[in-house]
Design a protein around this ligand. Sequence first.
Ligand code: PLP
Length: 219
Amino acid sequence: MSLYDITARIAKAESAAGRLAGSTKLIAVSKVQPNERVEAVLSQGHRCFGENRVQEAAEKWPGFKEQFSGIDLHLIGPLQTNKARQAIELFNAIHSVDRPKLAKTLARLAQEVGHCPDLFIQVNTGEEEQKAGIMPVDADAFIAECRELDLPVQGLMAIPPVEEEPSLHFALLTKIAERNGLQWLSMGMSGDFEQAIALGATHVRVGSAIFGERVKPAG
Ligand SMILES: *Cc1c(COP(=O)(O)O)cnc(C)c1O
């Protein structure tokens, strides 16, 4: 697979779903990938990337931002409140807003910093204990709470349980977004992004299918 192949498959999935060409944003998930692979994708003209750890992104991206203009960086992994300021400064979007304490911290820091990334609320559609995300039953109230804090909540994000049919989770996420008037849906990864597009994904997060299998980090 390659960036070219994935872009072609996205276009095909959009067309099959009767959606506008280009209505799905491809987030190339570069976590743990060697810099040469990331640079190759940048050199092909791609600018939208996803990272799941603030620390790793802070080490990797300032250098690339000096080399390439127009980089659009998305945080797709869990965010600790003590990293929130750094995340606001580094990322254009945060997909993992999942609890009141984090929402309040982001609201306060966004005031101080003077801007806020686009925000997605992560929903734990599979109600998995070990997984981040607000429970589906609490989602409406949490979205309202974020709006009261004046946070720029644009959409929802989910990572379906590995053993389950992802479409059921994508459909649930779509339903929660619709009833709350949210436009963006961050769902779909290497193995299921076409299904996600069929169900309305506006952002797909694709890593290994673009870059190859992740090389395990040392330690
Ligand atoms: C790693 C990761 C992805 C990409 O996974 P692939 O299967 O490599 O496409 C997508 N979303 C999140 C939240 C991730 O952590």
